[in-house]
Ligand binder design. Structure first.
Ligand code: ATP
Length: 211
């Protein structure tokens, strides 16, 4: 960044497997940018996600789909930082890297309620909580989509902002299985992401262990 360019003051980090990126991810990103008045939201597709038990789709596909999903969202930038790292992806490392690039900025780590509920199991979570505010959106319980939001109120999380977002009963897991069954995904994914999935024959095998 050149010396004369304005430096961002408020920076969000939004990590995920994005396998695939769906419309709830997009709505959460929009809510974060608007409600936190972010100058920049770094959307960070994870490399080797330590907290996901299944194998993920190839990094190049997830990165390409994430770029398509967020291409036209002002202030969002897809950042391949975590994919370029070898070994597990840790938010604390991404935050440290962005803090050293933008030492004067305020940081927000954006997530859904399911992630907030287990945030205190994240690698070096106390440092994340010290350096950034958490911004959390409610998310429907997976088994009862559309019903109660996840209970994420974690007494250890003091500096936590609640993002206003309608409950959106979408998950990438459900989308992968619908895709394998050949069901419509128009309500769940952007047209560009649907086209990418079709062209690259992703999520077609119902017996694939990644479903
Ligand atoms: P999977 O079903 O494969 O576990 P996912 O749908 O949870 O995937 P991720 O890429 O793991 O998607 O999620 C990235 C971030 O987006 C997480 O912080 C997650 O809580 C949030 N998120 C995903 N879906 C929703 C949703 N429907 N409502 C609110 N937040 C969501």
């Amino acid at each position: 960044m050149g010396l004369n360019q304005p430096q961002p003051n408020r920076i969000g980090l939004f990590g995920g497997a994005f396998d695939p990126p769906h419309l709830a991810h997009r709505a959460l990103a929009e809510a974060a940018i608007d409600q936190l008045q972010l100058d920049a939201l770094h959307v960070l597709p994870t490399g080797d996600a330590w907290h996901k038990p299944r194998g993920l789709s190839a990094a190049n596909h997830r990165l390409a789909m994430t770029q398509l999903a967020f291409a036209d969202l002002a202030h969002a930038q897809v950042d391949p930082l975590e994919m370029q790292r070898t070994g597990p992806s840790y938010t604390v490392d991404s935050l440290a890297a962005l803090r050293s690039r933008f030492p004067q900025a305020s940081f927000f780590v954006v997530m859904g309620a399911d992630q907030a509920a287990n945030f205190t199991t994240w690698h070096r979570w106390t440092e994340i909580a010290q350096w950034a505010q958490l911004a959390v959106a409610d998310r429907p319980l997976e088994q009862q989509a559309g019903s109660a939001p996840h209970e994420w109120h974690n007494p250890e999380l003091t500096r936590c902002v609640h993002l206003r977002l309608p409950l959106i009963p979408l998950s990438a897991t459900d989308i992968r299985s619908r895709c394998a069954k050949g069901l419509s995904l128009d309500d769940a994914l952007s047209p560009a992401v649907i086209q990418y999935i079709q062209q690259n024959h992703l999520y077609t095998d119902q017996h694939d262990r990644s479903l």
